[in-house]
Design a protein around this ligand. Sequence first.
Ligand code: FES
Length: 161
Amino acid sequence: MPAKPTPSVLRLTVNGRSHDVTAAPETPLIYILRNDLGLNGPKFGCGLGECGACTVLIDGVAARSCVIPAGACTGRAIVTLEGLGGRDNPDPVQQAFIDEQAAQCGYCLNGMIMTAKALLTRNPHPTETEIAEALRYNLCRCGTHVEILRAVLRAAGGSAA
Ligand code: FES
């Protein structure tokens, strides 16, 4: 029988604030974010690292919080959707998604926005092909890909063809 994971105190920096959380280091980061810190931007979809709904930024890179152990995130800068902005101060990427009405059910949006944010940080003026490639592994069952593409182009200061 495998040994039971041993909780320890993990210091996590999330959205610029430091949090001490008692959890087994193997705990997937998404559980800490949602259950301990009340940050519900990251969504639990597949739980297998395949759909992208749980995406957060770790040191500026898009990462899937359902498969990343919380213990691997100490000393790193974690940013969730809430850390980008909110209703009164949306990030330009969030505002572009609102302007383009790039949602149907909305479940994928966290992952789309966080992945787009990471893309635009490393490449402020991506082509449509580069955007499509960056979002390729973020799944949307509603089929709002055209609006999502437009939103990212808008956030980048461009426009869809
Ligand atoms: Fe993490 Fe699907 S819930 S990739």
